[in-house]
Design a binder for this molecule. Structure first.
Ligand code: DC
Length: 241
């Protein structure tokens, strides 16, 4: 950020922004949430925004083959509202708060295809940047450091072995970690990685100035400690946390 507070993301960003990007199940959500809590700043889960639009489209019965033609007006009419809160953001659909609805298998299976629609990405870009107008932020997703906050004060890119990521996903869901289950989950994750990395708009990639953290052999506490230490080491009067 420059001393005037003006950034490539537009004027009036308030406070430092830390971005945490990486592939599915690399540990982004739990890490970003805990880093934000330890630093006492807000958390933006950008994947939840893509999930909310997916949920709303399914709820309103818009056929998936029409998603590619969606325009800003169509997205506006879905009535997905994003509001700032003390901890980050709250998402509503037609005034109803969305939470566990965002993580169902039905939404998870379709969200990548919506995330490749460029009108969707532009529509969400503004909403994500708006979140930084309410104070310091840990922003988590796939393109936080590369597209949404190119001037972020600290950019982290998390990676982990595919098999380790598959095990984490199974553990998260309370399922057995047998060899077949691990292999199937690894295949699903690899497919999502490929979709996210090869789409033409805002593909998943490490920003040049991001710090890569391999979480394969790290506990959550260790990952968080490293990032918090880097965040506390930021210098410059407007980047101090
Ligand atoms: O992190 P997640 O699993 O909640 O993300 C859901 C989907 O949204 C996933 O397919 C990638 C996409 N996504 C994206 O394209 N850009 C982001 N900044 C965040 C998520």
């Amino acid at each position: 950020m420059t001393s005037s507070g003006r950034t490539r993301e537009g004027p009036s960003r308030r406070g430092p922004v830390i971005t945490v990007d990486g592939p599915a199940a690399s540990g982004k959500s739990s890490t970003a949430r805990e880093v934000a809590r330890r630093l006492g700043i807000r958390h933006l889960d950008s994947g939840a925004l893509y999930r909310a639009l997916t949920y709303a489209l399914l709820d309103e019965g818009v056929p998936q083959e029409e998603w590619v033609e969606l325009e800003a007006d169509d997205l506006e009419s879905l009535q997905v509202q994003v509001e700032p809160t003390e901890e980050g953001i709250r998402i509503r659909h037609r005034d109803r708060p969305l939470d566990s609805e965002l993580r169902t298998a039905r939404v998870t299976a379709r969200v990548s295809s919506l995330a490749s629609v460029s009108a969707v990405r532009s529509w969400l870009l503004r909403r994500q940047r708006e979140a930084a107008r309410h104070g310091a932020l840990v922003a988590e997703g796939r393109d936080m450091g590369s597209v949404v906050f190119p001037d972020a004060d600290l950019k982290i890119f998390l990676v982990a072995d595919l098999e380790e990521r598959a095990r984490r996903r199974l553990r998260e869901r309370g399922e057995e970690e047998g060899p077949d289950a691990v292999r199937d989950e690894a295949l699903r994750l690899a497919r999502r990685d490929r979709d996210d990395e090869t789409r033409s708009v805002a593909p998943l990639r490490k920003a040049e100035d991001a710090v890569e953290v391999d979480t394969t052999g790290l506990t959550l506490d260790e990952q968080v400690d490293r990032i918090v230490a880097m965040a506390r080491g930021l210098t410059g009067s407007d980047a101090q946390i």
